[in-house]
Design a binder for this molecule. Structure first.
Ligand code: TA6
Length: 290
């Protein structure tokens, strides 16, 4: 067992035992705090000082080998969705990752590097930077001698005041596929609001998306690079009741805005080539109170 304590940075990075006895990394900066489990290299918490948490975590989540954590930022790789006889959303989020480096950057940001001990054909690196914002980058390199095709997605769960109070902007004009009806459509100009179970995959879209949360006076921006797909998901009542690792009423306090490359935006890499998916989460007040 590698001695992980060598990666600690006093006052900024510490290692502890989290839920389910899983190793957890605590990060503190002048403006924020965060938590990352080695299980799935899963960011489970990010909160700016003086604000509610930015990420949602289910109180019913599993924290166990072989099971995904429900909330935070599940790392979806190398496929999105279900595969017969295989783990949904790929294996990356249920594998134990290696912490390979930690550093304190100028201006006080904390940077963590992880790698996924996968067999060929992939080399997979994950970089999490905690500051006033939360930046996450997934770098996949093809180390085989033939091309590979895969999907990636940061399946981010956002904490919100109330599902019927928020709206989502930034996807106007994007090509949407409603996964519940199977219908393709072009997103209109009005902000997206939620009145029922919602699962939409937007393709060929690189615009930043914002979650507008008036009761919390908060605007959360999801800015990306290397992402061509966005998924917007809320399970609503019935699906929430069917998920054992999710509270029946928790759909009221969360929304998923997921960034990556799925379906028609899957990634194909020739030998030795690499691809980067980067997401930066930031928040600001909607109204600057006098
Ligand atoms: O991103 C939406 C989705 O594909 C939904 O179909 C729902 O299954 C969600 O992901 C959560 O998937 P999970 O495997 O984490 O339960």
């Amino acid at each position: 067992m590698i001695d992980l304590h060598k990666y600690e940075i006093p006052g900024h990075v510490s290692l502890t035992v989290g839920q389910g006895g899983l190793p957890k990394i605590l990060i503190e900066t002048a403006s924020s705090s965060a938590e990352v489990y080695l299980h799935g290299a899963h960011v489970t918490h990010f909160q700016k000082k003086g604000e509610p948490p930015l990420l949602f975590m289910s109180a019913a989540s599993d924290f166990a080998a072989g099971k995904p954590i429900r909330g935070g930022v599940p790392l979806v790789f190398p496929w999105f969705g279900g595969r017969e006889g295989l783990p949904a959303h790929g294996f990356a989020r249920i594998e134990s990752w290696q912490l390979t480096a930690t550093s304190l950057l100028p201006h006080g940001a904390v940077c963590l590097h992880f790698s996924l001990p996968t067999p060929e054909p992939y080399k997979v690196e994950w970089i999490v930077t905690v500051a006033e914002t939360l930046s996450m980058e997934l770098i996949v390199t093809n180390i085989a001698d033939k091309e590979v095709t895969f999907e990636t997605c940061l399946h981010t769960y956002f904490q919100i005041s109330e599902i019927d109070a928020i709206s989502i902007t930034g996807l106007s004009g994007a090509n949407g596929l409603n996964k519940l009806t199977g219908c393709d459509f072009v997103e209109g100009v009005s902000p997206i609001r939620f009145i029922a179970e919602t699962e939409i995959v937007y393709s060929n879209t690189t615009a930043f998306v914002e979650i507008i949360d008036p009761p919390w006076n908060r605007k959360t921006r999801i800015a990306t690079s290397g992402s061509n797909s966005t998924v917007v998901w809320n399970p609503w009542i019935e699906k929430s009741q069917r998920m054992p690792d999710f509270g029946d009423g928790e759909y009221l306090q969360m929304v998923c805005v997921e960034s990556g490359n799925i379906a028609t935006n899957s990634v194909t890499l020739p030998p030795s080539a690499g691809a980067s998916l980067k997401v930066e989460l930031s928040s600001e007040a909607l109204r600057h109170e006098p």
